[in-house]
Ligand binder design. Structure first.
Ligand code: GDP
Ligand code: MG
Length: 174
């Protein structure tokens, strides 16, 4: 198996569940490294793709605390993939992905992106349905997944999708 190391960044409004998603996915090999100077946290997770004979070591970068807009430059620099997260219980977190992804693509025009509509377990409070996520995702030319860091639904699938995409492979269909 070929060993490959890639950096993947997670973006989206505060409180959408970015840190919980990374924790849910990466917990079994939790090696958090918090960097005070940049306000970022890095976790590592290995994924194997036997069909393409690759063991991918994903460096998952997370944002900690409030940030100025110029922060994104150094954060996105060197990223092979980006996960953009919104929260189905807050409509504006989906529309704000326009701004997040415009900034990301300004810095890294061709970086692969996946959209995660998180907190899909909150069915009673949901104001964002999968149809509106699908429309946004089509605009961003990105695959999307309805996830829940709480129940774990579609979490491994969506991280697997960005894993395949950073390796230049197509993501698996939902
Ligand atoms: P971040 O600011 O984007 O990193 O968000 P956090 O990961 O800190 O999560 C913010 C809040 O949302 C916390 O109170 C979490 O418990 C909650 N949360 C995160 N993911 C989910 C989810 O999938 N379902 C539900 N119901 N709550 C979640
Ligand atoms: Mg966080």
């Amino acid at each position: 198996m070929k060993d490959i190391l890639k950096k993947v960044c997670i973006v989206g409004d505060p409180g959408v569940g970015k840190s919980c998603l990374i924790k849910r996915f990466a917990d079994d090999t939790f090696s958090d490294k918090y960097t005070h100077t940049t306000g970022t946290k890095m976790s590592k997770k290995e994924m194997e793709f036997p069909d393409i004979d690759v063991r991918l070591s994903m460096q998952l970068w997370d944002v900690v605390g409030p940030k100025s807009p110029s922060f994104l430059e150094g954060y996105i620099q060197g990223a092979a993939g980006v996960m953009a997260v919104c929260d189905v219980s807050r409509d504006e977190t989906l529309s704000n992905l326009d701004e997040w992804l415009a900034s990301v693509r300004h810095i890294a025009p061709d970086v692969p992106v996946v959209i995660l509509a998180n907190k899909s377990d909150m069915t009673d409070e949901a104001v964002v349905d999968s149809q509106s996520v699908a429309i946004a995702a089509r605009r961003f030319k990105a695959p999307y997944y309805m996830t829940s860091a709480r129940t774990g639904v579609n979490v491994a699938l969506s991280f697997g999708a960005i894993g395949r995409m950073v390796l230049g492979e197509a993501p698996l269909a939902v």
